[in-house]
Write a protein that binds this ligand. Structure first.
Ligand code: TRP
Length: 350
């Protein structure tokens, strides 16, 4: 098919990932998502990162909070080392081509695929469980089309940029597979050759899941209310660390680093030698108060400078916008090319 993607002109490997706007990033996000993504971006020549602010709209209906959270995520990633000059960094909402493509994709997406998407399925399952066998009058009551179509918008996020690989946690793999299925169907309908696809079928790049314990020992997660904030004040950071649950063993009792939540957080902020030395201190016997104090100090040391940068960016929306402007321009240029190719192929005047 004329006008297919010219793979020869495309970068060897384009990786793209999105971060949904909702809430404020915490320590678990830094270790589990931000650090690995930035390491990957360092390796790959062509990396795109974006704040999925329109995905945030599926759950955040307070305008001030959606705006704040979008800025928060952008500022956090830049403060943590994302270089907007090296990586294409943008807000999803700044790229109207994504939303036009989302409609086109919807016309090639089986409704049945959406019924099986995990976020929707989980809502339905929760409803059935709640009803405990009683008949449910409207299984979809209170479920918005935004949640239902979430995977289609996500597919557009990915397909609008000829993305090859999407680094994600295992919970997002199904979404990448849906994007791939939609691309395959469109390529098939318009008889695109595999070497010149109309839409590039993406692959998930499953990142090893790093599990950071929260203050109650369960996985650190907003939904458990057990997070250590990334850029709270120094005082807040210390206070939260002091709240981490421990047992009542006296200081002189040897402690097992493998089962200590305090150690399991601390080690991600040390190099191998430092982690080994700390483990030795635990085995020799350490008071939990001292162990927490050492962690709080290490975290403060690791985060103080980043926090300053973050605070400055949060205080100056204009500076943040300026840092995103170039990425948004570059992202739009890519998406425009893909959309023009698709419009031409489907019979919509360019
Ligand atoms: N759904 C992803 C999450 O909740 C966020 C996201 C939106 C995304 N669009 C994307 C991730 C595109 C990767 C690619 O984490």
């Amino acid at each position: 098919l004329a006008g297919g993607a010219d793979l020869g002109k495309m970068p060897a490997m384009r990786v793209l990932t999105g971060i949904k706007a909702s809430g404020s990033p915490h320590l678990g996000n830094l270790v589990g998502a931000i650090r690995p993504a930035l390491e990957l971006a360092d390796k790959e020549g062509d990396a795109l990162f974006f704040v999925a602010d329109y995905h945030g709209l599926t759950s955040v209906h307070d305008p001030a909070e959606l705006a704040r959270s979008t800025r928060d995520i952008a500022a956090t990633w830049i403060a943590c080392g994302l270089d907007p000059a090296k990586v294409v960094f943008y807000r999803q909402s700044a790229i109207p081509e994504i939303f036009e493509l989302a409609w086109i994709l919807a016309c090639f997406t089986s409704k049945g695929w959406m019924n099986k998407a995990h976020a929707y399925k989980a809502k339905v399952a929760a409803r059935l469980e709640e009803a405990a066998g009683a008949p449910v009058d409207d299984i979809d009551a209170g479920i918005d089309m935004g949640l239902y179509e979430y995977p289609i918008l996500m597919a557009a996020d990915i397909l609008a940029f000829d993305t090859h690989a999407v680094p994600v946690g295992s919970d997002q793999v199904q979404h990448i597979e849906i994007a791939r299925d939609i691309a395959d169907r469109i390529n098939h309908v318009y008889r695109a050759k595999p070497e010149a696809p109309l839409l590039v079928p993406p692959k998930p790049l499953v990142t090893t899941q790093i599990m950071l314990p929260g203050t109650d020992g369960r996985k650190m997660s907003k939904s458990y209310d057990n997070t250590i904030p990334l850029f709270g004040s120094a005082k807040e950071l210390k206070k939260t660390v002091m709240r981490i649950v421990t047992d009542s063993q006296p200081p002189e009792t040897p402690k097992d680093p493998a089962t200590s939540h305090v150690y399991q957080i601390h080690r991600f902020f040390l190099d191998d030698a430092g982690a080994a030395a700390l483990a030795e201190r635990y085995r020799a016997g350490i008071g939990w108060g001292d162990a927490k104090k050492a962690l709080a100090e290490r975290l403060e040391e690791a985060l103080a400078e980043k926090r300053q940068r973050y605070d400055a960016l949060m205080a100056s929306p204009a500076e943040l916008d300026a840092m995103l402007a170039d990425g948004e321009r570059r992202a739009r240029a890519i998406a425009r090319g893909v959309l023009d190719r698709v419009r031409k192929a489907i019979g919509i005047a360019a």
